[in-house]
Design a protein around this ligand. Structure first.
Ligand SMILES: [Zn+2]
Length: 82
């Protein structure tokens, strides 16, 4: 298997701030928070369902496997990998 490709997810500061504020808002339901992260970033961290910061893609035969990780889970993933 080829080694995975890691890409940084870049989110505009303004949008990130808005997102973080909404995630802290107790009046916003969990489901709405997840939906918002998915809408803004395109998915959730595959480990903790937080805001992802990195995209890791693997070539698996003819398909491409894509996983998203937040900063914290990415560090753990890296330790596991190397
Ligand atoms: Zn995470």
């Amino acid at each position: 298997m080829k080694s995975p490709v890691v890409r940084q997810i870049s989110i505009e500061k303004k949008i990130m701030k808005f997102l973080k504020e909404r995630l802290k808002d107790p009046h916003v339901s969990e489901a709405a928070k997840f939906a918002l992260i998915k809408k803004v970033v395109g998915g959730l961290c595959c480990q903790c369902e937080g805001i992802p910061a990195k995209i890791v893609s693997y070539d698996v035969g003819n398909a491409q496997l894509i996983e998203k990780y937040c900063g914290k889970c990415f560090k753990k993933w890296k330790q596991r990998e190397y």
